[in-house]
Design a protein around this ligand. Structure first.
Ligand code: DAT
Ligand code: MG
Length: 137
């Protein structure tokens, strides 16, 4: 069953701006199955773990502040090639480089507040699903 699901999370700016419905609709229309979804607050500990690869970078502190600043909308999306397809729909990290038609290209206003997270490999998808939805998910 490798490569059939991914973890996607609408970040606090996306939730605050009321973009949850539009973003979920995009994934549904593209053929993803919304397997699980939940609004949640992330603890600093979980945020630091989630972004561990960026520890030590100048933006790390602000990244953790931002992702813990309000509720996020976390999802498990199922579909063929889920990780890669969701990343393609999400677009480039920096909205200045994100193509129109991608989620960040259409909605993101800055690299810091770029609306949405998507797992970058099958391994990180499984790790992130466990982190945010627990070991049974
Ligand atoms: P992505 O979210 O596209 O996987 P990433 O894993 O490289 O990108 O970085 C995680 C998040 O960290 C990203 O969504 C926004 C923030 N970030 C990355 N590079 C940054 C930078 N140069 N300045 C500020 N924030 C940055
Ligand atoms: Mg990443």
């Amino acid at each position: 069953e490798n490569g059939k699901r991914t973890f996607v999370m609408i970040k606090p700016d996306g939730v605050e701006r009321g973009l949850v419905g539009e973003i979920v609709s995009r994934f549904e229309r593209r053929g993803f199955k919304l397997a699980e979804a939940r609004m949640m607050r992330i603890s600093r500990e979980t945020a630091e773990e989630h972004y561990a690869q960026h520890k030590g970078k100048p933006f790390f502190g602000e990244l953790v502040d931002y992702i813990t600043s309000g509720p996020v909308f976390a999802m498990i999306l199922e579909g063929e090639g889920a990780v890669q397809l969701a990343r393609a729909m999400i677009g480039a990290t920096n909205p200045a480089n994100a193509a129109p038609g991608t989620i960040r290209g259409d909605y993101a206003r800055s690299v810091e507040a770029n609306v949405i997270h998507g797992s970058d490999s099958d391994e990180s998808a499984e790790r992130e699903i466990r982190r945010f939805f627990g070991p049974q998910a």
